[in-house]
Each structure stands twice: as C-alpha cells, then as structure tokens.
Design a protein around this ligand. Sequence first.
Ligand SMILES: Nc1ccn([C@@H]2O[C@H](COP(=O)(O)OP(=O)(O)OP(=O)(O)O)[C@@H](O)[C@H]2O)c(=O)n1
Ligand SMILES: C[C@](O)(CO)[C@H](O)COP(=O)(O)O
Length: 235
Amino acid sequence: MTSLSFVGIMPAAGIGSRMQLELPKQYLQFGGRSMIEYSLLALLAETRIEKVIVALHPEDKRFQQLAISLDPRIYTVTGGVSRSKSVLNALCSLSSSDQVMAVVHDAARPCLSAGDLKLLLDQAQQDPKQGAILATPVRDTMKRAKGGYVLRTEARNDLWHALTPQVFMASELATQIMAANSAGVDITDEASAMEWAGFRPALVKGSSNNIKVTQADDLALAACLLQQNGHQENQ
Ligand SMILES: Nc1ccn([C@@H]2O[C@H](COP(=O)(O)OP(=O)(O)OP(=O)(O)O)[C@@H](O)[C@H]2O)c(=O)n1
Ligand SMILES: C[C@](O)(CO)[C@H](O)COP(=O)(O)O
C-alpha cells in the first residue's frame, strides 16, 4: 500500500440561504456545540488526518470565537463564491501536495461516524488514483418527472446519494476543479470534477445518518442522530 498522508478540507464559507436564518447554518448550536464543531471533531478523531483546513466566508467573525479554532491542527483560509471555489482555495494553500490526499467534508454534515470515515480512508489508500466517496444507495422508487407529472419510473439499482467526505489526491483534485471551472462545468461535489476528467471514484457505502443539514427541519433530525450516536458510544 502507498504511504500517503491525509489532510482534511472543510468548506464552511456558505451562508445557508435555504435555511432562511440570520446565522449561517454551520454556527447553529445543538447539544452544546455548533454544527461545524461536530463536523470538525469527526475528522480530527481519525488519527490518519494530520490537519484540517477550513474555508471561511470573507466576513466570518464567528469561527475564531469557537474553542476548537485554537486546536493546532486547524488552519483557515478564505473561501470562494461557490463550494468548489472554497475547496480550491483550501487545496491551493497546501505547500506540498504530492503525496497528500484531501479528505473534503462539508461543515453542514455533523453526523459523520468514525466507522464510515475509517472505511473511506482504507479504500482511498487502496486505490488513491481513483479516490473514493461515501455514498448511500437510493431507497425509494425513483420517478422521472415532466411538468409535475410522472414520465416514467427509473431503475434504481445503480443510483446512489453522494455524501461527504470525498477523498482524492490533493494536487489532482485541484487541477481538475480548476479545469472544470474554466470549462464552465457545474460541479456540486469533488467527484463531479474527477468524473468529468475521466476518473472513476470508488463508492464506499456509508450510513444514511450522515445527512447534510440543508432545510430548517433537518436540524432537529441531526441533533437527534448525534444524541443517538453519543448514547451508543457511551454504552
Ligand atoms: N461559497 C460556498 C458555499 C458553500 N460552502 C460550504 O459547502 C457546504 C455544502 O454547501 P450547502 O449545503 O449548499 O451550504 P450553503 O451554501 O451554506 O447553503 P445554501 O446553498 O442553502 O445557501 C457547506 O458546508 C457550506 O458552508 C462553501 O464553503 N463556500
Ligand atoms: C457535496 C454534497 O454535500 C454531496 O452531496 C453536495 O453536493 C453539496 O451541494 P448541494 O448544492 O447542497 O447539493
């Protein structure tokens, strides 16, 4: 197996417009911590991750008020106008990225489990060229719509929900995000940029509990899932 190091990259420069709150969602508090702290702690608990680079909104004044910002393994950069630009800014801050794999994880996914992260890094170490992402198979019957009516039912066998973290060689990922951005390709996750360049990232089946907090009612669910996880870990 290749000797590689892992660096966490956390895009956290979003404003959470779909939550329709004054506060960017990553700073919402539940169970005694803010969402971004849970997401960071999940990465930092994995011993193979040496440091985490957090991309913050240019006007962010909140991150430095969190106790976790004093952790010596955490570095910050200024994020960009889109998620992919925030990820790119963090990747570009790496001085030497030759043998480094980037573990990109949304600040808005606070329920990542240690077990899922371990499986993902194991797979990325086995096949670093293609990289790997956490994903869950779709569960429901899938409908193709047209004008608000069902056009047909789609085969769901090979459909997955892409989650984060997503792990790729840092320098290759930076190259492909830049290429996709220059070509005007819409990339909503790291895998999209790599796929567009011809790579075939591995899908690592993760827990559907690793939700992205997107709408207001996702917050109560995230709090509930985290409480459940904490409860299980203490048993
Ligand atoms: N310019 C941006 C936009 C998003 N993100 C981050 O990307 C992750 C996933 O994005 P999303 O859920 O879309 O977050 P927001 O952009 O904050 O939400 P919305 O789209 O509702 O505005 C979040 O951790 C968010 O902070 C980022 O770093 N830089
Ligand atoms: C990266 C991501 O979380 C994978 O599911 C997602 O693509 C983020 O972007 P979105 O605009 O909230 O879909």
